[in-house]
Write a protein that binds this ligand. Structure first.
Ligand SMILES: [Zn+2]
Ligand SMILES: [Zn+2]
Length: 170
């Protein structure tokens, strides 16, 4: 997950023989979570993930706070081809709050759905809480802690970064 800048960290889940780039293919006998589904709050938009999100983390940046109306959002990354809209594509809106990133949201009910950054054209970050089973993809870190709201201090021991975190091997 990145939020407009770097921030690629360890993969989740820690699956041996997995490859994180490009196709999202998984090697060896490692299980692959197929047909992970999600959607917007009102149900008009439905999507499917063809691979398990990686690099899942909390983002405490001000833009995520504003678009969510909440202290933070959790995003996980999948190859762009693995984010599949199954219903309600006409309901999906897009907005560029910065010149190098686009957010998708459900126009029907306002649910934040994705972020895609220009410098990572092969990948898309999906809001994990919009999954039908968000518990299946726990976050592994916090970014943009510099703008975290003091009363929303994380109660976990996950790694924290004041900015977008470590740049990845892109
Ligand atoms: Zn909706
Ligand atoms: Zn953010």
């Amino acid at each position: 997950m990145v939020c407009y800048r770097g921030g690629r960290l360890a993969a989740y889940p820690p699956t041996p023989n997995s490859t994180l780039s490009g196709s999202g293919s998984w090697g060896g006998a490692a299980p692959r979570a197929l047909d992970m589904r999600g959607g917007c709050a009102c149900g008009r938009v439905r999507y499917r993930l063809a691979s398990t999100p990686v690099d899942t983390g909390w983002c405490h940046c001000r833009l995520c706070q504003k678009v969510a109306g909440a202290p933070a959002l959790v995003f996980g990354t999948v190859p762009i081809g693995d984010f599949l809209i199954e219903q309600g594509a006409e309901q999906i809106g897009a907005i560029s709050l910065v010149d190098h990133g686009v957010r998708q949201f459900a126009r029907c009910c306002g649910t934040p759905l994705t972020i895609q950054v220009v410098h990572q054209p092969g990948r898309i970050d999906v809001t994990i809480a919009s999954l039908d089973d968000p518990a299946a993809v726990p976050p592994g870190f916090h970014i943009w802690m510099a703008s975290a709201i003091p009363w929303a201090e994380p109660g976990d021991d996950l790694p924290r970064f004041d900015d977008a975190g470590r740049d990845g091997p892109d």
